[in-house]
Write a protein that binds this ligand. Structure first.
Ligand SMILES: Nc1ncnc2c1ncn2[C@@H]1O[C@H](COP(=O)(O)OP(=O)(O)OP(=O)(O)O)[C@@H](O)[C@H]1O
Length: 305
């Protein structure tokens, strides 16, 4: 798989404020790459550098084989939605689309009109943008970012302002263009579970550094299912541990605060429940837990603070 974005040791300072602190970032052709991180981690700064909105301070960055500061040509093959989409508010939605298309030397054609229908902004195309709601602007911004069938689509928090049906429309459409147009997508979000539904790779940024890049397949492997037992009473915890070890020969488990015991050995949950019931130990709950991206992220962020 070809690497189409490669940033090495990327640094960006805003005066004394360090936004990117030696960040490495790699995106491969056909990736749907999810970028996550806390407020102020540096996500928008990275995406703005890729879009050519701001310049890096140090390090190297290439997109589609071009050093991004040596030429802006690569931007023709990209679509961007970064922060609030900027439109001329006194022009209509359609006039804005036509203007943006003319800057990039193409015309608004049937395919673009179809996009406005998919993102349900077609009914407002003849209205001035100054009368649009945040969600309508966002929908128009998404259409504008996609209207040149980009090779790379970069979306910074695209679901901001979208209603639930808008989020579903976007998710389905991103999956479709990734397959059908071969568009590589980079999408930043705070909604980690949303990202885990579409991304094949996720990069976690903290304090301007990439602290982990994982594929969702890796994540599935790393985070096998486990059983979470919650004892009804703190006095039961040692009894439960005894049954796990002596009767069921389970060694891989952890006792956590709040009367929680996690069992990582592969064992049938009903056998655990039955063995405990036979010893008159009843539980508040016993459940199978599959780690989500959210849990993985919280562990990682918590662990590195
Ligand atoms: N124009 C600017 N001038 C000064 N500091 C800035 C500027 N833009 C961003 N920063 C700082 O750079 C750091 C990274 O900000 P950035 O917006 O890239 O983070 P982010 O991960 O996108 O955050 P969020 O999730 O809140 O959008 C923050 O400390 C922020 O305060």
């Amino acid at each position: 798989m070809e690497k189409i974005i490669e940033c090495k040791d990327l640094k960006k300072n805003y005066g004394r404020n360090i936004a990117l602190d030696g960040l490495d970032f790699n995106v491969y052709e056909d990736d749907i790459y999810g970028l996550v991180g806390e407020n102020g981690a540096g996500k928008s700064t990275l995406l703005k550098i890729l879009a050519g909105h701001i310049l890096k301070s140090e390090g190297s960055c290439s997109v589609l084989g071009t050093n991004i500061e040596s030429s802006f040509e690569y931007r023709r093959d990209c679509g961007f939605l970064i922060e609030n989409p900027s439109f001329y508010s006194y022009l209509t939605g359609m006039e804005n689309l036509k203007y943006q298309a003319s800057l990039r030397k193409f015309k608004v054609d049937d395919e673009i009109i179809e996009l406005t229908k998919i993102f349900k902004i077609d009914g407002a195309l003849n209205k001035k943008v100054k009368g649009y709601s945040t969600g309508m602007r966002q929908r128009l911004g998404i259409v504008a970012a996609m209207m040149n069938r980009p090779k790379i689509l970069i979306l910074d928090e695209p679901i901001n302002g979208l209603d639930p049906s808008g989020i579903i429309d976007l998710r389905n459409f991103l999956l479709k263009i990734n397959k059908e147009w071969g568009t590589t997508i980079i999408i930043s979000s705070h909604i980690l579970n949303e990202l885990s539904q579409i991304a094949n790779r996720v990069g976690i940024i903290k304090k301007g550094k990439m602290i982990e890049e994982i594929t969702l397949d890796d994540l599935k492997e790393k985070n096998e299912k486990f059983i979470r037992i919650i004892a009804a009473d703190s006095k039961d915890v040692s009894k439960i541990v005894n049954v796990l070890e002596e009767n069921l020969k389970i060694n891989d488990y952890k006792v956590l605060p709040n009367n929680i015991i996690e069992v990582y050995d592969i064992v049938d949950i009903f056998i655990i429940q039955k063995s405990l019931a036979e010893k008159d130990i009843y539980l508040r709950s016993a459940s199978i837990v599959e780690n989500t991206l959210e849990e993985y992220y919280m562990n990682l962020m918590g662990g590195l603070k």
